[in-house]
Design a protein around this ligand. Structure first.
Ligand code: GDP
Ligand code: IMO
Ligand code: MG
Length: 425
């Protein structure tokens, strides 16, 4: 079984929780995009794990692979590896020799770039993601394989400095000694991860040949995709299913199942259009503790957006859906679902690209009643049939609109607070 799991909204859909839940049946879990901008929370019997780089499926799988499409902050990675090794003693960790390295210089550049974007400020996570991918595509980036060669590190840091001198003029990297220190720091961090480095594209394909079950785990969400998200308020990598091939070296032709994760409502960190945003009521943020795992920033919240979900369902060619946080949404007395986008009173049949179009959008909503607090123990015990009727109606409405089945329903942050409509395999 080869599957890929993805976020269908603006990130933070609860992918970490769902990935952990389904990961038991997979031998290998592979991450193929993003870096420390991701923040995934997994809760098992009240114990909370927060990962940024390590795939959320790592707690139950045998091997985790950090693919070439990722950008890695080595200090953060070493911290997470320590946590993982305690939680899953026999885990096998592999890091692609081709993945790119986020240095402290990239983090400085991230903040500098944001400061000059003015009204098109993205609200990045300041984790150095954009500048690291810029260097990758400028062909000046530092790769994992470079870490064992101090001369290459010096040369690459020198080149990046020369290319971005204007942005770096107020940083410590103006000083040649600091650039030398950066090269030495990366070299010594490289020594610590050396034992995990592998030619992972070959490894993944070999695992496939021996019949292993592999789960590809996407970070962020469809609306943050560099090509199809609401540009420029996006991240610097592709976040849709197809990215698994370029981000890991494994063919999309072998994927059996695409699982799209979405939250029963929506949240967004950072700036940019959010058609179904709730401006005047912060109940959902409070009920759902909607504060960023990576930055702690309050997340913007809004109602479920069907046109947006239809778009990301198409882009990912989703086979089945997983919904999270239905327990939280049910606390609202009245629930709204965004059904259509109207511009000048007419429904539009495309997902907008112009920022000006987003200003004109009026969302047509359907209002439905909430389902209040639930007897969760009974539901976990008895499954789908024990769900409140109003919730079932909500789920059915979504399935009808998107045209896909909801197979996994998440009713709480803990792994055990999850039900499936069919047995997942
Ligand atoms: P990710 O980035 O998509 O992995 O999502 P995050 O982990 O950043 O954010 C989702 C948050 O919601 C985390 O704190 C999860 O523990 C929590 N969560 C996930 N699913 C549920 C759910 O069904 N109910 C509740 N109450 N919390 C959930
Ligand atoms: P997970 O995997 C939510 C958002 C940032 C910002 C934009 C660009 O936890 O779902 P970046 O630092 O990537 O250059 O920021 O993208 N963003 C996320 N929002 N969840 C994430 O990851 C995100 N990763 C990036 O807030 O708006
Ligand atoms: Mg997150």
């Amino acid at each position: 079984m080869i599957s890929v799991i993805l976020g269908m909204q603006f990130g933070d859909e609860g992918k970490g929780k769902i990935t952990d839940y389904i990961s038991k049946v997979y031998d290998d879990v592979v991450r193929f995009n993003g870096g420390g901008n991701a923040g995934h929370t997994v809760v098992i019997n009240d114990k909370k794990y927060k990962f940024h780089l390590i795939p959320s499926g790592a707690l139950q799988s045998k091997t985790v692979i950090l693919g070439n499409g990722m950008v890695l902050d080595l200090e953060e990675l070493l911290t997470e590896i320590d946590v993982l090794k305690v939680a899953n003693k026999n885990i096998n960790i592999k890091i692609s020799a081709n993945a790119h390295i986020v240095s402290k210089m990239h983090k400085f550049l991230d903040k500098q770039e944001e400061s000059i974007r003015s009204n098109l400020n993205i609200g990045t996570t300041s984790m150095g993601i954009g500048p690291t991918y810029e260097d990758k595509y400028a062909r000046t980036g530092i790769r994992v394989i470079d870490l064992s060669d101090i001369e290459i590190l010096r040369q690459k840091i020198g080149t990046i400095y020369k290319m971005k001198k204007e942005l770096l003029k107020d940083s410590i990297y103006n000083d040649e000694n600091e650039r030398e220190n950066l090269a030495k720091d990366l070299y010594s961090l490289g020594e610590k991860i050396n034992c995990y480095i592998d030619y992972t594209e070959t490894l993944i394909n070999a695992e496939y040949k021996t019949g292993k079950n592999i789960l590809f785990e996407g970070a962020q969400g469809g609306m943050l995709d560099i090509d199809f998200g609401i540009y420029p308020f996006v991240t610097s990598s592709n976040t849709i299913a197809g990215a698994l091939s370029s981000g890991s070296g494994f063919s999309f032709r072998k994927v059996d199942k695409v699982i799209g994760v979405f939250k029963a409502y929506q949240s967004k960190v950072g700036s940019g259009p959010f058609p179904t945003e709730i401006i005047d009521d912060d109940s959902l943020r409070k009920y759902g503790s909607e504060y960023g795992t990576t930055t702690g920033r309050p997340r913007r919240v809004g109602w479920l957006d069907i046109p947006l979900l239809k778009y990301t369902s198409m882009l990912n060619d989703v086979d089945s859906l997983a919904i999270t946080k239905v327990d939280i949404l049910g606390k609202m007395d009245k629930i709204k679902v965004g059904l259509k986008y109207l511009i000048d009173g007419k429904e539009i049949d495309y997902f907008p690209k112009k920022l000006k179009d987003f200003e004109k959008i009026r969302v047509e909503y359907k209002e439905i009643p909430g389902w209040g607090d639930m007897d969760e123990e009974k539901i976990i015990d008895q499954g789908y049939s024990a769900l409140p009727k109003n919730m079932k109606d909500y789920l059915k409405l979504i399935e009808d609109e998107i045209g896909k089945n909801i197979e996994i329903i998440s009713l709480g942050e803990d792994r055990k607070r999850t039900i499936t409509k069919e047995i997942f395999n």
